[in-house]
Design a binder for this molecule. Sequence first.
Ligand code: HSE
Length: 332
Amino acid sequence: MKTVRLSIIGFGAVGQGVAQSILSKHDYLHKHGIDLRVVGISDSGGCEVDTGGIDLKKVIARKKQTGTVAADSERDFDLISDVEHDIVVEATPTNIKDGEPGLGNMLSAFQSGKHVVTSNKGPLALCFAELKEAAEDNGVLFRYEATVGGAIPIFNLIHEALAGNKVIGIEGILNGTTNYILTRMAEERLPYELVLKEAQELGIAEADPTYDVEGIDSACKLVILANSIFGQCATYRDVDVTGITKITPEALELASKNNYVIKLICEASDGRLIVAPRLVPKRHPLSVGGTLNVASILTDLAGRITISGKGAGSIETASSILSDILYVARNS
Ligand code: HSE
């Protein structure tokens, strides 16, 4: 049995989803020879540390009751650098202004020789090359499957399953909120404000939903994809972005009459990075509805591969994080 110790930094929907998944997969993990122990969890209220392994059920219940994981908010140590463990799961909220606190957390993890698994888009949309270099310099792994497409294993598909292929271009829908809004407006003829509110109630919209509807969240994901696949050093500010705020019910209706839907499409090819609403034929593989995401990857050997699935959600995002944790467990 291989013991792997990890910390979870940030205990919102994603962090709690990771803890729930580790609990529910206890037997599966043991069957595969892995003993995953969460030795530290932190949120804005403080942290809980147990080097023998935290009782996750107890901590999830405490978070629900008190709003924090912390039994005691006083501490004179730094969980990431001072507590001995192998993997830092960085799941603090995305901040695209300066990437903090995620950026500092990831750099601190690398400097103290820990692998990083993250769902946090901000630091990668701003400083991808710097983070990759810091991981390499410190001889540790950096995995970020959960940053793009939620549950969809897009980086695994490209870097592992399609290894040997040259990726010529990628296009897709990488934001569930805008897809939900456009689908509901087109199919149910509901007003924009109402469906945006519905998306917020589903818990998939960003804390500031202008990031979704103005295409910024899509731009962040597109730039992470492009940097990872094409080795670019772009930031989300290099993406040519148009959001969906000017799409009218009349435009959606006219498109529908002609057998088209309007989708917020992300495209990376020939060094160009574009996010913009586009007409897509109703039967086209990119025409997925509701909160779904989709990515269509054009390669030299395999041709076009299209993959679709849930782009957000606590357990769905935790699926990608758990897969990255297991990758690190097996390859370190
Ligand atoms: N606000 C994002 C979306 C959440 O709607 O896709 C997942 O990154």
